[in-house]
Each structure stands twice: as C-alpha cells, then as structure tokens.
Design a protein around this ligand. Structure first.
Ligand SMILES: *[C@@H]1O[C@H](CO)[C@@H](O)[C@H](O)[C@H]1NC(C)=O
Ligand SMILES: *[C@@H]1O[C@H](CO)[C@@H](O)[C@H](O)[C@H]1NC(C)=O
Length: 369
C-alpha cells in the first residue's frame, strides 16, 4: 500500500469544483503527486522527454508508431472530443490548491522552478498548469466554478471528493426540476487526464446505464475512481447519487484507516463486489459490461480504453489500444501531459494519433513535474 509522504506537507487545500458547462472539469487531487515525492529520492527524474520503444509493436489492435508519427490514424485531426450533437456533456473535476501562506513546506519550495518548453513553474503553479492543459484538451472555454464547502484536509480529501460529487448531483437535480429541455451528462474525472476522443458515444451506445466506472484486472483495486460518468436524466442522477452515498458510507465505516488516498477505490470495489450476483471474473476481460448494483444500472468500461495510463518502469505491457479515449497522467507523468499539449499545439498539422505515439514512447520515464 502506498503511503503518501509528501502529502503530510500539504497543509491546506482550498475546496473548489470547477465546472465547464458542456465540458467541464477539474479536480486535481494530489493523490499521485504525493506518491511522486516518495520515489523522488530513489529514482532519477527527468526534466525533458525521454523516448523508448513504443510498446505493442506488431500487434494488430495496438497503435503502431514510427517515432512520433502514427501509422494508424485512429483519431481524426479535429475529431470532436465531445459531442456537438445530441445531449451535452459536462466534465467535472474537484480542484484543490495549496495554501502557500499557511504551508511552510510549499513556501520554502516556491522558488524551485521547473521548465516545460518556454514556461517555468514553481510548486504552486504546477497544479494550475495541469488544470489548464486539462481544460485545453476539452476544447471548451466555458468554465464554471462551483465552490463547495467541506473538509478538504489531507486525510479526508478523497472522502470529501465523493461528498462534493453528491452535493453537485443534488444541485443538478434541483436545477432540473426548474428547467426543462436538453439534458447534460456528467463525467467526473481527475484533472491529470487528457480526453482525446468523443465520450458522448458511451451514452448512445449504452442507453440504459445510470453511471459508468472504469475497471482493470487488479485484484485489490479493480476500479479506478478517476473516472465516473453519470447519465444526466433525472433517474440517472438520482441513482448515481444513491450509489455514491453508499460508497461514502462504506468508506466512512471501513476504510478511514486503511489508506488516506485509496479509500475511495477500496470502497467502490467493496460496494460492487458485495453485490451477490456480481462476477469479479469479468474484470479480467477487457470488455465493457453492465450490471445492476443496488438500484443503479452500472456500466463497467475497461481502463485500457477509457482511463489509459502510460506504464512506468520495466513492467510488461502491450501498448496502446487504437480506440483509447482518455489518457491518465498519473504520478510522475504530469510533465508528459504538458509536453503532449505543447507537441499537439506546435504541430503544423496537429494529429492526436501522433501525440499518442509521443505518449506511448515516452510514458515509461519518471518526470520531475
Ligand atoms: C496499423 O498500422 C499498421 C502499420 O501500417 C498496419 O499493419 C495495421 O494493419 C494497422 N492496424 C489497423 C487496425 O488498421
Ligand atoms: C491560508 O492560510 C492562512 C494562514 O493560516 C490563513 O490566514 C488564510 O485564511 C488561508 N487562506 C485560505 C484561502 O484558506
């Protein structure tokens, strides 16, 4: 179990949910950056991109690259990363910032600069930069900020995040009863993700689910809490809310001491697995599936496509699926998130697939950002 050393030093976190109607997002949890601190002493971290072989070479269903040139153009140059038709989608992220006045560690570090391209960032500016790139990838400039009151202390952050989601959904239910018309679906994500394809499709392809979660073949933590999609219908929001309330209860009663940062994922898994008819073998196959959990219809989506993380270190892995939709820059990969955006933005013919090749071939390095 990973314990977060750096976390202890983050004194105060400001509770904020940024909402970007139609495409919203932002919740930078320092879940990963804290783990980063721990490794810092052990591993060299690079202040520039380091390239290696692109994994998955020769596999027909994986992205094939020649340097940063994609041989499979799977994502169109200007493919809409969110639906311009049908129902809207809002990305929601909870974002907490450091209080550098109160935090002496942060203050002492505030002169430490890290450069990406022409820009230089201190410790506090880094999380804002990640947030900015998160928004840039969503291609929307309509951002709404929802300050949500709560207890955002370091050991309650993940618990509070679920509470904030619930408050948010309650607010949406209330608004819905006043307004009629076009609905918006909600996707709650971490803010260190790049959405590289249209996610509106899942609501059309799977018309029955109330909420969607991403899974991987991992016994202890089969579910990742960094991606939760909620159907924007009245019943969808209502059932997702009840589901999250159960997760919150399980978290409070079972996992408060387990681990500060992983409690939400453990609670999610507990709620799902404790359902009598649930077959955990389904997590071993990379196929989406639907299951009734309590009163909610839950869609399970493979992380490989909807929450893909470049693997670190030497572990075996099989490259990047051609249909990847969300890239998650966990841990010390956040430099890569900014570099990827810069790469896309500075190319005369920007192509998402080429950027994915850059991520694939440089994603195993630990970075300093
Ligand atoms: C991806 O590109 C490679 C190399 O050009 C090609 O052999 C492979 O068939 C392509 N895969 C798909 C699914 O089109
Ligand atoms: C930051 O910390 C200082 C000192 O503890 C405090 O006075 C200030 O209110 C805090 N700022 C916020 C926004 O919480």
């Amino acid at each position: 179990m990973r314990v977060c050393i750096g976390w202890r030093r983050l004194l105060l976190l400001l509770p904020v949910i940024f909402l970007f109607p139609h495409i919203i997002s932002v919740l930078q949890l320092h879940k990963d950056s804290t783990i980063e601190h721990q490794h810092q002493k052990l591993t060299k971290k690079f202040d520039h991109l380091v390239f290696g072989p692109a994994a998955g070479e020769g596999l027909h269903d994986r992205l094939q690259c020649q340097g940063t040139k994609a041989l499979n153009k799977t994502h169109f140059p200007s493919s809409p990363r969110n639906s311009n038709y049908g129902d809207g989608i809002s990305f929601v992220t909870v974002f907490t910032t450091y209080n550098s006045t109160a935090d002496s560690f942060i203050k002492s570090r505030s002169s430490e600069q890290v450069s990406v391209g022409k820009m230089s960032y201190n410790k506090v500016e880094r999380s804002m930069a990640v947030l900015n790139v998160f928004v840039n990838f969503l291609e929307r400039n309509r951002v709404t900020l929802y300050p949500i009151k709560g207890e955002y202390s370091r050991d309650k952050l993940m618990l509070q995040r679920i509470r904030s989601y619930i408050v948010f959904l309650e607010q949406k239910l209330e608004e819905q009863s006043q307004l009629q018309g076009r609905i918006s679906h909600y996707i709650f994500t971490d803010s260190d993700v790049a959405v590289v394809d249209d996610l509106g499709q899942i609501f059309k392809d799977y018309p029955l689910f109330d909420l969607a979660l991403t899974f991987r073949n991992n016994k202890e933590q089969p579910l990742n809490s960094g991606f939760i999609a909620v159907r924007g219908s009245r019943s969808g929001i209502q059932r997702a809310k009840v589901f999250l309330q159960e997760v919150l209860e399980v978290y409070s009663s079972k996992y408060m001491k387990a681990s500060r940062m992983l409690g939400d994922q453990l609670a999610l898994a507990w709620v799902v697995k404790s359902h009598p008819s649930f077959n955990t073998k389904r997590f071993t196959r990379q196929q989406p599936f639907e299951e009734k959990i309590g009163g909610a219809s839950v869609l399970f989506l493979p992380c490989a496509t909807y929450n893909w993380t470049p693997p670190e270190g030497a572990g075996q892995f099989h490259g990047m699926p051609l249909d990847v939709k969300v890239v998650h820059f966990k841990g010390s990969r956040k430099r890569l998130m900014l570099e990827s955006w810069n790469f896309l933005n500075s190319s005369p013919s920007p192509h998402i697939s080429d950027m994915l090749c850059l991520i694939l071939s440089s994603g195993r390095t630990k970075y300093d950002f």
